[in-house]
Design a protein around this ligand. Structure first.
Ligand SMILES: [Zn+2]
Length: 233
């Protein structure tokens, strides 16, 4: 009898423990911070992103094209380039586009210590706040290189981690048609498209963007900022 009672008690306790653990996991998920590559949605929203700028020539050209098609985009800027071209960074913000943190020096974060990862994030953030009075909420690690420190530092500093689902590979110096074809053949609603407004060699990005935007709009796609796309979750 005593044995039955104790079995019953242990069953009850394990049941309570199981329910408590489930409730704890729901309230406090232990999984790492999620990095968004795309945001599935029923509308036709997509987000076009430009990395590594600002650039004194390419960024204004891109701003001009976006303005002509009334499209908002997201620019993941590098701190050192903001220091060099603060006027261009301010022009991006003044035009109503979103700006994300892309580290101070565009260093690969994968093998850096926790302190060095945070330093890269904080320096870029401080420069944006000082020179542009802008506080970014999105973080994209250079080349998408992730680590536990990248995830933890992003979370603790209130950043949402953003990667991409469609790489135009414009950094390979492809010709304009190849960039356009890459996007048009792969695009899906919710995609986050990766382009660059700072490329060392001659960039085909502005020309490709000029062809792409009307074609995407014609197909019913609505390019929005990354934060607006995240709102579709
Ligand atoms: Zn980059």
């Amino acid at each position: 009898m005593a044995v039955q009672k104790s079995r019953g008690l242990s069953k009850l306790l394990s049941g309570v423990l199981c329910v408590s653990l489930t409730a704890f996991l729901i309230c406090f998920p232990t999984t790492a911070l999620e990095a968004y590559r795309s945001v599935e949605n029923d509308s036709m929203k997509i987000a076009i992103t430009f990395d590594d700028g600002p650039h004194p020539i390419l960024t204004p050209r891109i701003l001009n094209i976006l303005d002509r098609f009334h499209v908002s985009a997201t620019f993941f800027m590098v701190g050192v380039n903001i220091e060099n071209y603060p006027e261009t960074a301010r022009a991006v913000i003044d035009a109503g586009h979103e700006v994300g943190n892309h580290t101070y020096s565009h260093t690969h974060l994968e093998r850096l210590s926790r302190e060095d990862v945070e330093r890269e994030i904080w320096l870029c953030e401080d420069i944006l706040e000082e020179l542009c009075e802008y506080r970014p909420h999105l973080f994209r690690p250079p080349e998408g290189a992730m680590s536990t420190y990248v995830e933890n530092s992003s979370e603790e500093n209130d950043y949402t981690l953003i990667l991409w689902s469609l790489d135009t590979r414009d950094w390979e110096n492809k010709n304009t048609e190849q960039i356009v074809e890459t996007v048009l053949s792969k695009i899906h609603p919710g995609d986050i498209i990766l382009m660059h407004d700072y490329i060392g060699r001659h960039s085909k990005t502005p020309e490709a963007l000029e062809i792409l935007l009307p074609r995407l709009i014609e197909r019913g796609y609505e390019p929005v900022t990354v934060s607006e796309l995240l709102g579709e979750r």
